[in-house]
Write a protein that binds this ligand. Structure first.
Ligand code: EPU
Length: 417
């Protein structure tokens, strides 16, 4: 187990460069296997979820070379075979191999994906999409065999604007015969990033970034290139940190438009932030006031920032209500920050935070990725030292977090115990 220790209350200053987006990169790598030529993906973050995807590439005999920030994938001589459970379960995004392998080989065998335990997270909409395109799906003890003689473009109206289902259906439809139209598609920026790569490889996809996406099937995909967009969740996490304990902390290399829901709430609560063309400058403020937040699909307030934001709300004056509408179990971090002195109550999908409260260093447990990030925030503003167990979760999604925070002045240490 990895453990992070933080001695709190050090002001953070300087510039932090935001890495490539985890949730884009984890879809871009499986998307690359649709080609038969070199596919180059730049600005790939060094996080453990990417290592887990590389393990799948290796297992499927996909040739790739990884440099510091880029990966070149050549799937020409890859093999399609059953992806074993221990590899599928390492991350959520392994499910993108379902759409990609189905598209390329018309057959895929793999297990239910892994990912953080933040709710039931079914994949019924992915499977329904594959079926509508003409595939049969057999599920036996969490193993899925998905097969099609032919995939044929069709109309798919998603019951929920699911990010994963939207991308998986796009992948499957890219090499289908005819046109597929997805309505109520997810609009998250990561989806456009994936479609940009596929289009550079020769796919014919329009409407990405809106809720209607059209995919005109093609037979062959060639070499492609894409740069991973900046990680809006990593950026948001550091903007919140800067608003709590920053001194002209510059969060650089971001797309402010992707962070509007967060920055709007921060400004509403009197945070000291300045929004530039591709950066945010954040400093602490003594005059923060409570705000209510409800998570929603993009461009709404992202569920992935709800947990980090809950720590911010412990420092604002008054009662804030956090309503989580995407996942059933995304408040586990509140029990942990309660140990540190936060005054919080949970009632079904609502968290009530009464502030401001002083936080004190304690031993706490990261129950999932963003819960872990929220504990890093809590530890940075707490009196004394905090020990965060199960920090492995945090390394799944935050590139070089200890190095980045150290360079800003934090006292943080990562150890393997
Ligand atoms: N849903 C279904 N059936 C499905 C698919 C989704 O009921 O077949 C439900 C989910 O249970 C959830 C809602 O729809 O209640 C939205 O889920 P979505 O499919 O959009 O989530 P996801 O694709 O599994 C991605 C990110 C998550 C992020 C969500 C929402 C990846 C690998 N994961 O998950 O990221 O929270 O979109 O933006 O891209 C994280 O980074 O910490 C994280 C959890």
């Amino acid at each position: 187990m990895k453990q992070i220790k933080i001695k709190g209350k050090n002001k953070l200053t300087g510039t932090i460069r935001i890495s490539g987006a985890k949730n884009a990169a984890v879809a871009l790598i499986p998307a690359a296997i649709l080609s038969d030529e070199d596919v180059t993906i730049c600005n790939v973050p060094e996080i453990s979820d990417i290592n887990s995807l590389e393990e799948i590439l290796r297992y499927l005999d996909v040739k790739f070379s990884r440099a510091t920030e880029s990966i070149i994938i050549n799937p020409k001589n890859m093999t399609n075979k059953e992806i074993p459970e221990d590899i599928s379960r390492k991350l959520r995004a392994s499910y993108y191999f379902m759409g990609a392998l189905l598209s390329k080989y018309k057959k895929v065998e793999m297990y239910f994906p892994g990912g953080c335990n933040i709710g039931s997270r079914p994949i019924n909409l992915h499977l329904d999409g594959f079926k509508k395109l003409g595939a049969t799906v057999i599920e036996e003890n969490d193993k899925y065999t998905i097969e099609a003689k032919k995939l044929i473009g069709t109309k798919i109206d998603l019951e929920i604007a699911s990010v994963g289902a939207t991308i998986n259906i796009i992948l499957a439809a890219t090499k289908a015969k005819g046109t597929t139209t997805i309505t109520n598609a997810a609009c998250e920026p990561e989806i456009k990033n994936v479609c940009d790569l596929l289009n550079s490889m020769g796919a014919k996809i329009t409407g990405a970034g809106t809720n209607t996406i059209k995919i005109k099937g093609v037979t062959k995909l060639k070499k492609g290139y894409v740069e991973v967009i900046p990680d809006r969740i990593e950026a948001g996490t550091y903007i919140i940190i800067g608003s709590l304990i920053g001194e002209n902390l510059k969060i650089d290399n971001i797309i402010p438009e992707h962070l509007k829901a967060l920055t709007t709430k921060l400004l509403e609560s009197n945070a000291n932030i300045e929004i530039g063309r591709d950066y945010v400058l954040a400093s602490s403020s003594n005059d923060l006031k409570s705000v209510d937040v409800e998570t929603y699909y993009f461009p709404g307030f992202p569920t992935d920032l709800q947990q980090p934001f809950s720590v911010y709300l412990t420092q604002t004056k008054g009662t804030s209500i956090l309503k989580e509408t995407i996942y059933e179990n995304r408040f586990q971090n509140l029990y942990e920050i309660k140990k540190m002195g936060a005054n919080v109550e949970i009632n079904s999908n609502k968290g009530y935070i009464f502030g401001p409260t002083k936080l004190r260093g304690k031993t706490v447990n990261a129950t999932d990725l963003r819960a872990g990030a929220s504990l890093v925030l809590a530890a940075l503003i707490a009196e004394g030292t905090t020990t965060i167990n199960n920090a492995d979760y945090i390394l799944r999604g935050y590139e070089h977090i200890t190095e980045k925070l150290t360079s800003l002045g934090a006292k943080i240490e990562l150890t393997q115990i």
